[in-house]
Design a protein around this ligand. Structure first.
Ligand SMILES: [Cu+2]
Length: 496
């Protein structure tokens, strides 16, 4: 620990701290100061050597794969073990696995069901899903469905974990509209390592009433999880400074290609990183955004660039219909190519994108206003990851919310020093609407029902949210999991 702090002191004292360093610092502290000495971490550290981990990996510690040389897989679709009159029942094992991320190299990962991206759970609006998880890891884990409106007992609260060898049943009512959600580990202090190690998958709610829009569906409706990784030449997935995670993965493969027909596709894009912003574009080819975190937008919007931070989703329609077979369309982030789409053949396309989609219902007048402030303090002896001046404490209720109330939350990122530190805000239980950013209009990426937003250093966003139906304790936190795992998280309780 002392050596860690000295390393931190060196970073602060001897270098000009720009934003890149600060990001690295956030990751360095995440990787070093609070890492419990457990098997998972040992497995994830490059060659198990803490000194090397502390220094960060050198460029020759990484493997490189030629872009567009592997095919993007689709995550398997989970199959129910029972279809009851009232619910679909699934069984998923949480276990260690070895998967091929880089060709001809096996990478140890933590997994839902054995793959690097967990099986996609296909839910339907109004129909219950029950998932029975068995934790076969040798440490606690749990499961949170990000964006789901769910009783507290099934939300995967960070302190509500499945012990090794334990079995846990989560019950999901799916009372909400169609949406691209995802499930991931949320066990306190270990969520960042666990999600980075592979405890993530899609949870898609299909809403039969949305069929009338005629959007691309079936095999033309494709979930794509985008994330980063640092893989060593021996195949280890190194949990390291976020800045060194140089490899971009789509559905678990590095910069893959995906064969498409010359027609419209719906892509459900998820930023599955623990600590990164993506600015995505298709090299000038338009993306028609039709949905965000909580489901369809009121109307489609044409985007040339998509900004999605850790945990956020964007549903887009891309029309390859104007391209001839042989054409390649590349998806770029500002850091490089993410993947490509290769147009391979022509096909009939009965799908469409109507001018109007799903209207947003009005919310009642807000009666309560609250402030949430992100503040990472680098003061000795140890950096503090604070929300409203406090580190997460599960014995403390930070906000007591009356059920049925509509509230305004002002989210502020106070970390402007030393170049600034980015944060993202995620609220469990409810979708919110972004009202404004520092008094100005919300960004295009803020449209629709949101559960996660990026808040840049020194900036604020106001969101409006109504708490309905369920009582109990839920968390809200920075969705850079390297921050929340160190305490940048707080707790609300919904009371009658
Ligand atoms: Cu943060």
């Amino acid at each position: 620990m002392r050596r860690k702090l000295r390393a931190l002191g060196r970073l602060i004292g001897e270098q000009m701290l720009n934003r890149r360093n600060m990001l690295a610092l956030g990751g360095l502290t995440g990787a070093s100061i609070l890492l419990p000495p457990d098997a998972a971490v040992a497995a994830l550290a490059p060659d198990g050597d803490p000194a090397r981990r502390r220094r960060g990996s050198r460029p020759d510690d990484r493997v490189h794969v030629p872009p567009f040389s592997v095919e993007m897989p689709l995550p398997p679709v989970a199959r129910p073990v029972a279809v009851r009159r009232d619910a679909d029942v699934y069984r998923i094992r949480i276990r260690n696995a070895r998967v091929e991320v880089v060709p001809r190299l096996l990478t140890p990962v933590m997994s839902f069901g054995g793959g690097f991206v967990g099986p996609t759970i296909m839910a339907r609006t109004g129909r219950k899903v029950i998932v029975k998880y068995r934790n076969e890891l040798d440490e606690p884990a749990n499961v949170h469905v990000h964006g789901l409106h769910v009783p507290a007992s099934s939300d995967g609260h960070p302190m509500d974990v499945i012990q090794p060898g334990g079995v846990r049943e989560y019950v999901y009512p799916n009372g909400q509209q169609g949406a691209t959600l995802w499930y991931h580990d949320h066990s306190h202090h270990t969520e960042a390592q666990h999600v980075y190690a592979g405890l993530h998958g899609f949870y898609l709610i299909h809403d039969p009433s949305e069929r009338r829009y005629g959007l691309p569906s079936g095999r033309y409706d494709v979930p794509i999880m985008i994330r980063d990784a640092l893989i060593t030449p021996t195949g280890k997935l190194a949990y390291d400074v976020p800045d060194t995670r140089n490899m971009l993965l789509a559905n678990g493969r590095p910069q893959p290609y995906f064969r498409v027909a010359a027609r419209k596709y719906r892509f459900r894009l998820l930023n599955g990183t623990t600590h990164r912003l993506f600015r995505l574009n298709l090299g000038g080819v338009p993306m028609i955004q039709i949905g965000s975190d909580g489901g369809l937008l009121p109307a489609p919007q044409e985007m040339r660039e998509l900004l999605i931070s850790s945990g956020e989703r964007a549903d887009v329609v891309v029309d390859f219909g104007r391209f001839r077979p042989g054409r390649r369309v590349v998806m770029y982030d500002t850091s490089g190519a993410v993947m490509c789409f290769d147009v391979v053949h022509r096909v009939e396309d009965p799908s469409r994108v109507p001018d109007e989609l799903r209207p947003l219902p009005d919310l009642p007048e807000p009666t309560v206003t609250r402030d949430v402030v992100f503040d990472l303090q680098l003061t000795p002896p140890q950096p503090k990851y604070l929300m409203n001046d406090q580190v997460f404490d599960h014995d403390r209720v930070d906000f007591r919310v009356r059920r049925g109330t509509t509230e305004i939350w002002r989210i502020h990122n106070a970390d402007v020093e030393l170049g600034g530190i980015n944060h993202t805000f995620h609220l469990h239980l409810e979708q919110f609407r972004v009202l404004d950013r520092d008094g100005a209009a919300p960004w295009p990426s803020d449209r629709g029902r949101k559960d996660t937003i990026y808040v840049p250093p020194g900036q604020s966003a106001r969101v409006k949210v109504r708490f309905t139906e369920y009582l109990g304790k839920y968390v809200y936190h920075c969705h850079f999991l390297d921050h929340s795992s160190l305490g940048m998280m707080a707790q609300l309780e919904v009371v009658p």
